[in-house]
Design a protein around this ligand. Structure first.
Ligand code: 6LW
Length: 653
């Protein structure tokens, strides 16, 4: 331990002063965990030492440890209210700034005070006091706050509409079927999928599309008693026409929706705007182009023309118009869906312009490139029944893989932050502070959270299940509380594979499991669980029938590579297999059981990078990690393979 480190840990101000006077740069040292000295000083709880470091040393106050914890996180750990007060009131540190696990000082104080209550009280700590202090400065108890992202896992490109006291959201689904989930909420925080824009297999048009194409960036709106969903239908890159727009409508938000009307206009991210004079329009990129629609929004009736390109002028897309107080406000996503992503706004007194950009642009952007919540953009505003305004927007979080590589495992997600209107009439999101980790809940009645376990006891599948492209007509059935999947002739590595039933991975850390009855299999067949990104990258945790018997184990598919982990032989008499996946960020453990009681580990993979967006350079990797069940029958036999699953559980840990 270096002398400055020792002096700080001892809270020895005299010694710290002496050392820094002789060499001011010593404050830039870090300990063996890479924690900067200034943060360690805060952790001692010595206010005099903290003040000296802040006011006389060369330490900056925008420094973090490698978990992106600030000096206020460390002040909180000290248990000294006075240190926290000083850091908040004199240094301007925020109790709402999240670390890489999105834990804020406010929540840290809460968990430490709970530990304090159950454990041994330690002498000089007052976590309860810090918690109360943070509650006073934030102005809201923790129980009245929510965390971003509000929709974790693959929920990109959100669009929202309110009808009465109900909120509806749509997100992109690319090649997944049913297409484009419609989710419902009453509180803007908890969402449940209630239906889909396209449920008729004949209307899905997904069969020939590579992963990443399909239905992009939908918009939901409401007009004359009907819900309208518009989206881009993105074809493969090989034809002259590879983008069209589609519109469906229904009187019920959950559908069924009408047959897609196709609008042959190039561009992405269509949204529908209904003007007060009853005329209807579609907006879409590049920038914000506009054309008129007929009364039922199924036909284009004017040429597209440029409304306004955008303020940032790069990858301008996701246009939405809002009419308010005599202005047309035009919201755009700019900078592309990666780290430069942002939301800008412009306005005009007349629909066709000229649009003037907002002086506060971008009104949403993450500027701290080390923070967990990144790539914030592509949003749409909504006003609550109480008159408050919110923005739903796209965001993404990256884990760090084993070799330091960024891994966007959960794909692009949805976040929520309040909009306030400035005195000169401009909307700004979260006070221009970028995305929040912890935010005050809208003043709205709470509703229930999405279901995480399925016993297949209902007649139909829960709405959070989704297929990779359209399943066969007899691809699955639910019978006597069990799910029966029909084996696919084609393997998972092809876009022609069928009946792959998946759900979103919504947490970095989770446990999932299912019980499968073992069918009679032929050599070359395999049945079980898949953790899936697309036809190029996935893993199978399954039972494989080989020449010399039945095996259970894990097989990874990473581009052209197939990696088989050592498998275990199963007795022919085995009737059922229980699968368990325990995932802690990039590190996953696979275990199985024959009796449902004793589990045995079969494989451990410490870097599932290929289930992330960055995992392979092939195709458009726009979705997120999924997991679920599959059966691969192969082409060797005429007999149909059916496999029965009794339940599938998924829980955050
Ligand atoms: C979508 C575009 C985008 O059309 O990504 O982040 C594209 N934004 O708006 C695919 O989701």
């Amino acid at each position: 331990m270096t002398p400055i480190h020792r002096a700080i840990l001892d809270g020895n101000l005299k010694k710290v002063k002496k050392l820094l006077e002789s060499d001011p740069n010593l404050i830039h040292e870090v300990d063996e965990y890479n924690v900067p000295m200034a943060l360690l000083a805060a952790k001692t709880g010595s206010l005099a030492l903290v003040r000296y470091v802040v006011e006389y040393s060369r330490a900056s106050m925008n420094i973090y440890d490698k978990k992106h914890r600030s000096i206020l996180h460390y002040g909180t750990m000290s248990g000294n209210v006075e240190v926290c007060k000083y850091l908040v009131e004199r240094v301007g540190m925020s109790p709402l700034e999240g670390d890489l696990d999105l834990v804020t000082p406010y929540e840290l104080a809460d968990s430490l005070s709970t530990q304090e209550k159950v454990g041994e009280p330690t002498s000089n700590t007052d976590y309860q006091g810090i918690l109360q202090y943070f509650e006073r400065v934030v102005g809201t108890p923790l129980s009245s706050m929510f965390k971003n992202p509000i929709r974790t896992g693959f929920f990109p490109d959100p669009s929202i509409v309110r009808v009465g006291n109900d909120y509806y959201m749509v997100n992109s689904t690319f090649i997944y079927f049913p297409c484009i989930p419609v989710s419902h909420s009453t509180d803007l925080i908890h969402w449940k999928i209630i239906g889909y824009a396209i449920t008729n297999p004949e209307w899905a048009m997904l069969d020939e599309l590579e992963g990443g194409n399909g239905f992009w960036a939908p918009d939901i709106s409401y007009y004359n008693g009907r819900f309208y969903i518009a989206a881009t239908y993105r074809l493969n890159d090989n034809g002259p026409v590879y983008r069209k727009q589609m519109v469906v409508s229904s009187v019920k938000p959950q559908g069924p929706y009408s047959k897609p009307a196709i609008i042959e206009e190039d561009g992405i991210d269509p949204s529908i705007f209904n003007d007060d004079d009853g005329r209807r329009y579609m907006l879409l990129n590049r920038g914000a182009r506009i054309f008129e629609l007929n009364e039922d929004a199924t036909k284009q009736i004017s040429e597209a023309e440029m409304l306004y390109y955008g303020d940032y002028k790069q990858d301008s897309e996701g246009p939405h118009l809002l009419k308010k107080d005599g202005y047309y406000y035009l919201f755009e996503a700019e900078g592309g869906t990666e780290s430069g992503h942002q939301i800008t706004v412009s306005r005009s007194k007349t629909l066709k312009g000229r649009y003037e950009p907002c002086p506060y642009n971008p009104i949403m952007q993450q500027t701290d490139e080390d923070a967990m919540i990144q790539r914030c953009g592509h949003g749409k505003p909504v006003q609550t029944q109480n008159g408050q305004w919110y923005m739903v927007y796209l965001c993404g979080r990256k884990l760090i893989g084993k070799n330091g590589e960024p891994c966007s495992m959960l794909g692009r997600e949805t976040a929520l932050d309040p909009i306030t209107w400035t005195s000169d009439g401009w909307p700004i999101v979260n006070q221009l502070k970028g995305p929040s980790c912890l935010q005050i809940k809208p003043y709205l009645p709470e509703n229930v959270q999405e279901i995480t376990a399925d016993d297949f006891d209902e007649k139909t599948l829960f709405q959070n299940w989704t297929f990779v492209r359209v399943p066969e007509v007899d691809g699955y059935r639910i019978e006597g509380g069990k799910l029966i999947l029909k084996g696919s002739r084609i393997n998972l590595d092809s876009m022609y594979a069928k009946n792959i039933l998946l759900r979103r991975q919504t947490r970095f850390t989770f446990k999932a499991g299912c019980k499968m009855q073992l069918p009679k299999m032929k050599v070359g067949q395999d049945v079980g669980i898949t953790c899936y990104y697309d036809e190029n990258t996935y893993l199978k945790f399954a039972v494989f029938e080989k020449e010399d018997g039945l095996y259970i184990g894990v097989q990874e598919k990473i581009g052209e590579q197939v990696i088989s982990h050592p498998m275990q032989k199963l007795k022919k008499t085995v009737e059922a297999v229980y699968f368990k996946v325990t995932a802690v960020k990039m590190d996953w453990l696979f275990s199985y059981s024959i009796d449902g009681k004793e589990y045995q580990n079969i494989a451990h993979i410490d870097n599932v990078y290929y289930l992330c967006e960055e995992g392979l350079k092939k195709g458009k990797r726009f979705t997120g990690a999924m997991l679920g069940m599959y059966a691969h029958a192969g082409n060797e036999t005429k007999e149909t393979l059916y496999v029965t699953f009794e339940y599938f559980k998924y829980e955050a840990i």
